[in-house]
Design a protein around this ligand. Structure first.
Ligand code: MRU
Length: 335
């Protein structure tokens, strides 16, 4: 059984959802009970562990087909965050590399791999935090978008990991959190996480960001990422691109914090990153209340792509990468 905190009802309710099958996990990812690129990836890994447990025979060919089908169900949940595909690949490798072993042994190995992934994720985020906090100055006021925190990972967070590390290092920092329409990850999750940690946070609506950059309040921007192409283009929550343009216009550093598992060097540029389109209800409604006229045409892309020219640096667990990203991202993963 996989127990997930239900992110759809935070911060008002702290409720847990129990997943007993691979389909339960796929549904939880689709419904954004669990969200955020690394959290989606690790949840999918456990989804495959549950999928493996559902298989009752010891026929290895049948087992492999069963797991491939489960992997396909999970792949179909959300298209943008590459961590999902990365985690599934890593789990399938365990199955394929051990197909000469008894099915029950492979099931144990899959559980081990998912546990390793979960533990590694926290360590990776702490490393991102250590590298990233060196870029943060005492007195910085940091704008962040969406939620790239403990909730979006197994723990500690990527963008919020950097903020947490700077705070732990004794730097006097504060955070501006964009509410992040339409799903309100900033208002509901980031504001809550930072308040729980006692890190000063001010909540703003997305359209206030330019105002606070122009008047000198914001001194740095840090966001997470769902997929980073080989040239450094970054897919992240819708609205990230606007922030990056505003940051450049106002001479404010724009940092992206993400694990190496978010890199997709098979894509030359961000142009090829699939962008998820979500239900129009997320736009027409706020907190379950309809705010738009019936029959209005709606668009709801969940992510956008920030061209690499706007990205000051990418903070990973292996170090901080600066332009030119084409060369430097390749060098990073060869380290
Ligand atoms: O739609 P979501 O809430 O899954 O989108 C999340 C983001 O865009 C995050 O910034 C990203 O996944 C990084 S989380 C460490």
């Amino acid at each position: 059984m996989l127990c997930l905190i239900d992110q759809t009802v935070l911060p008002h309710e702290k409720k847990y959802i129990r997943c007993y099958t691979c389909n339960d996990v796929a549904q939880a990812i689709k419904d954004m009970i669990v969200r955020g690129a690394p959290a989606i990836g690790v949840s999918a890994a456990y989804g495959l562990v549950l999928g493996a447990a559902e298989y009752k025979s010891d026929d290895i060919e049948g087992f492999i087909n069963h797991i491939e089908a489960a992997a396909e169900t999970l792949r179909k949940t959300r298209p943008t965050a590459v961590n999902l595909f990365w985690a599934i690949q890593r789990m399938l490798k365990v199955v394929r590399d051990n197909k000469d072993k008894p099915v029950d042994d492979i099931k144990d190995m899959m559980l081990n791999e998912a546990n390793n992934m979960a533990q590694e994720d926290i360590e990776i985020n702490r490393r991102i935090g250590r590298w990233g906090q060196e870029l943060i100055k005492d007195g910085d006021v940091i704008l962040t978008h969406c939620n790239a925190g403990a909730l979006a990972t197994v723990g500690y967070g990527t963008a919020l990991g950097v903020i947490r590390a700077a705070h732990e290092a004794g730097k006097n920092i504060s955070v501006f959190a964009d509410e992040t329409r339409p799903y309100l990850q900033g208002a509901r999750l980031t504001a809550w996480e930072l308040m729980e940690d006692g890190i000063p946070v001010t909540l703003i609506t997305d359209n206030m960001a330019g105002y606070f950059m122009k008047n000198g309040t914001i001194t740095a921007v840090i966001v997470g990422a769902d997929r980073i192409a080989a040239n450094g283009d970054v897919a992240n929550k819708i609205g990230t691109y606007s922030l990056a343009v505003l940051a450049k216009e106002n001479d404010i550093p724009f940092y992206v914090a993400a694990p190496v598992s978010t890199l997709d060097l098979s894509l030359e540029s961000g142009q090829h990153i699939p962008i998820e389109e979500r239900d129009e209800r997320e736009v027409t409604h706020i907190g379950g209340i309809r705010v738009a006229p019936y029959g209005v045409k709606v668009a709801n892309p969940a992510f956008d792509v920030t061209p690499h020219i706007y990205v000051t640096a990418i903070i990973t667990e292996l170090g901080v990468v600066y332009p030119p990203y084409c060369e430097n991202l390749k060098k990073l993963i060869k380290k």
